[in-house]
Ligand binder design. Structure first.
Ligand SMILES: *Cc1c(COP(=O)(O)O)cnc(C)c1O
Length: 378
């Protein structure tokens, strides 16, 4: 069994993907070209925003957004304490100060009340200017964007939606990567929409920021790449990756639906199993299920569960073992209230189970039997 079965996905769509790659190679255009332009148009249309700017990966996408806004020294960037390192890494990269906020246990996403407390703390206790909220759509589920938007408006801040895991998720009819002033995603192979290497994209309705982003990602270009009007980066999506993504976008919605059916199956097979807390999706929200993450009673139960799963050849992973505020890179320079109880608790007992469009009902049954065995014994 695979944790995230991109091999079976390839086998199902081999001909189309092989053709797309071969066509790119025989055309010998490897940077830019029509696949990149077509993909940017298709992604913007899919999300429902005016501009999509592709780039080299999801981390660059976040950094480029901060650069486009001129975020730097003296600015505070607020980030959930429970996320992948990149969400916070980009703040110090541009010279800004990261401030971490605790999460909601039900959704694993940033707690709006914890966020506001940290903003107030920074205003009252530092000379930093609160500028950006990084709203991460963790595990595929959109953050509480309605409430986050209210806080951003109240304090005059930007929302940067980190949709690296959230692409394909929705709130009502609104798609993820359309909730931020600028939103970003990643096409790392294991993400909901993955390519065959690294890739990323940035979304915004604001044309001025879009122009700035297009300049920043190509060495701060002016008229062209040999006219350089600002300091930028080299951050492009390869043409081959764009060609692969165009093929994958065709069946992406079907895969999101299939993942939702797998999540429902887990829900059924683990119902009335009090030792396991299942992921919660609020009313009106749709997750794209980048991960299917449950909570068990303790670290000891988690260890035992992962060992038993392994014996049955079932992969499982811990996303994430360490809160952001405890990462060595941040730990010595922490700013904000020392209030991360939910994240610390979740990090100690979360475990992610196999999830993809290619997980079968048989698989889910087998996984859940192991889970029930372990949590009922202990
Ligand atoms: C994967 C990920 C990123 C970074 O994406 P890369 O393409 O690997 O640079 C950023 N934020 C979150 C939440 C992620 O999961």
């Amino acid at each position: 069994m695979q944790f995230r079965d991109i091999k079976t996905q390839y086998e199902h769509h081999k001909e189309a993907i092989d053709n797309a790659i071969l066509q790119t190679v025989s055309g010998s255009v490897f940077i830019g070209g029509s696949p990149v332009t077509k993909l940017e148009e298709a992604l913007a249309k899919y999300v429902g925003v005016k501009n999509c700017i592709t780039c080299a990966n999801g981390t660059d996408a976040l950094q480029l957004a901060l650069m486009a806004w001129g975020i730097g020294e003296g600015d505070a960037v607020f980030i959930p304490d429970f996320t992948f390192f990149s969400s916070g890494e980009v703040a110090p990269t541009v010279g800004a100060t990261p401030v971490f906020a605790d999460i909601d246990r039900d959704t694993f996403n940033i707690s709006v009340s914890a966020l506001e407390e940290q903003i107030k703390w920074v205003k009252n206790n530092t000379n930093l200017a609160p500028r950006v909220i990084v709203a991460v759509d963790l595990f595929g589920q959109p953050a509480n964007h309605d409430e986050i938007r209210k806080i951003a408006d109240k304090y005059g801040m930007y929302v940067l939606e980190d949709g690296a895991q959230g692409f394909g998720g929705r709130i009502g009819g609104d798609r993820a990567c359309g909730f931020g002033d600028i939103s970003t995603t990643s096409f790392f192979p294991a993400k909901p929409l993955g390519c065959y290497g690294d890739g990323g994209a940035i979304f915004t309705d604001n044309d001025e920021w879009a122009d700035m982003l297009r300049s920043l990602k190509v060495h701060g270009k002016g008229e062209d790449k040999y006219d350089n009007v600002r300091i930028g980066m080299n951050s492009r999506l390869d043409t081959i990756q764009a060609a692969v993504l165009l093929e994958k976008l065709d069946f992406f919605d079907e895969e999101v639906d299939a993942c939702n059916r797998v999540a429902d199956m887990y829900g059924r097979y683990l119902a009335d199993c009090p030792g396991v807390v299942l992921p919660t999706v609020p009313d009106g929200y749709v997750s794209s299920w980048a991960q299917y993450t449950v909570l068990v009673e303790s670290s000891a139960v988690r260890e035992q569960l992962m060992a038993e799963l392994k014996k049955s050849d079932i992969p499982s992973m811990i996303y994430y073992r360490k809160p952001m505020h405890m990462q060595g890179a941040f730990h010595d320079n922490l700013v904000g209230l020392d209030s991360y109880a939910v994240t610390e608790d979740v990090c100690g007992r979360c475990v992610s189970l196999p999830m993809s469009a290619y997980v079968t009902e048989e698989d889910v049954k087998k996984i859940c039997e192991v889970v029930r065995g372990v949590v009922n014994i202990l």
